[in-house]
Design a protein around this ligand. Structure first.
Ligand code: ATP
Length: 339
């Protein structure tokens, strides 16, 4: 089995490490110096708007396409900008990288004309597993992914969720220690999405490293140990979901009024609020803590004003995403009201 251990015994070895990753198509710069470090046995989510270059990163890291030569300041003489996957240099030893990884993408490897079981056996053949071992592995994985009942049916008859599960099951035939999941739940209904999340959690519990691309912020929030936001060819921010949320001062309390007179009184009392005169609503920046709410309500009480609606908005990954991938990648600009 491939190993991704490095000489460094102190820290968990990086399953994926990239420095100064670049890729252009003609004049179009897609990746403009991307650094990545994914510790073994963790889930890393790469977030980004459509066309940000997420799939390009996955394709490079999984040896499907090559990166451009690194710029002079990217260190490491490697032609891929210094990328190591599973402890292997991507340029010097792509075969070893391929042996260490599994990839399931938006363009599934599932062949709809043959059955789920035949797809699995084909994969076992590709991995040169002896026939009996291949059959055992296929049966075990079909069972694990709840596909035994459908194993003899053509894959074209499978639902979207079943196809995704079959795709992932096929990837696991080679027992990869690093798995790239390119938008694994796009197009799935909420139940299938949750099933897929559970499968991913089980893989990680087994020590597998998962590199995930997604446009679903909730997915990154649910699964990822670390999240990177890709924008304009660079990593705009990276950290745990908590760390990223802390970057954005999007928290506020929102008060709505139906009576224009009450609204007017409230604007005089809460003079730090942002006004929306059309909607008769006020937005007061803050963390929505009990103390803060009490202060706001006390001030309204003192003024004899009653709000018709009060909502507390705490920043979530959506806020982070919009702030970082919007007009500017400046995390300290106030965001707009909750959607
Ligand atoms: N072979 C290619 N030739 C030219 N341009 C390409 C090629 N492959 C990708 N691109 C461009 O590179 C950019 C990044 O594409 P990529 O598929 O990596 O984005 P993405 O973040 O995965 O987007 P999505 O979320 O829509 O899947 C896009 O502008 C795309 O048009």
């Amino acid at each position: 089995m491939p190993t991704s251990r490095t000489d460094n015994d102190q820290e968990p070895p990086a399953a994926i490490a990239a420095h100064g990753l670049r890729k252009s198509y003609g004049d179009k710069v897609v990746l403009d110096g991307v650094d990545l470090a994914v510790p073994e046995g963790t889930v890393f989510a790469l977030l980004g708007p459509n066309g940000a270059g997420k799939t390009t990163v996955v394709k490079i890291l999984s040896t499907l396409i090559s990166a451009d030569a690194p710029s002079a300041d990217a260190g490491s003489g490697s032609g891929s900008g210094g990328v190591r996957v599973g402890g292997h240099d991507l340029t010097a030893n792509p075969q070893a990288v391929r042996a260490a990884i599994g990839v399931t993408g938006q363009f599934s490897a599932v062949d709809g004309l043959i059955t789920g079981e035949e797809n699995m056996l084909l994969m076992a053949d590709l991995h040169h597993l002896p026939r009996s071992e291949g059959r055992r592995a296929a049966a075990g994985l079909l069972e694990r992914f709840d596909l035994t009942g459908a194993a003899k049916k053509p894959a074209s008859t499978y639902s979207g969720g079943m196809k995704r599960r079959l795709d992932l099951a096929m990837t696991l035939v080679g027992n990869p220690r690093i798995i790239f999941l390119d938008e694994p739940t796009t197009g799935l209904d909420p139940r299938s999405r949750h099933n897929m999340w559970n499968i991913i959690r089980e893989l990680v519990a087994d020590g597998v490293t998962v590199f995930l691309t997604t446009q679903h912020l909730e997915e990154a929030d649910e699964l990822a140990d670390r999240i990177a936001v890709l924008n304009n060819g660079r990593i705009a921010a990276e950290g745990t979901a908590k760390e990223l949320k802390r970057l954005i001062p999007g928290g506020h309390v929102r008060l709505r009024f139906t009576d224009p007179a009450a609204y007017h009184s409230a604007t005089l009392t809460l003079n730090n609020a942002t006004r929306d005169d059309e909607a008769l609503s006020l937005q007061i920046p803050g963390d929505g803590s009990q103390h803060e709410l009490r202060t706001i309500l006390d001030r309204l009480d003192t003024a004899g004003v009653e709000a018709d609606e009060l909502t507390v908005h705490t920043p979530d990954l959506d806020d982070v995403f919009f702030a970082l991938t919007g007009t500017a990648d400046i995390p300290d600009q106030p965001k707009e009201t909750a959607r």
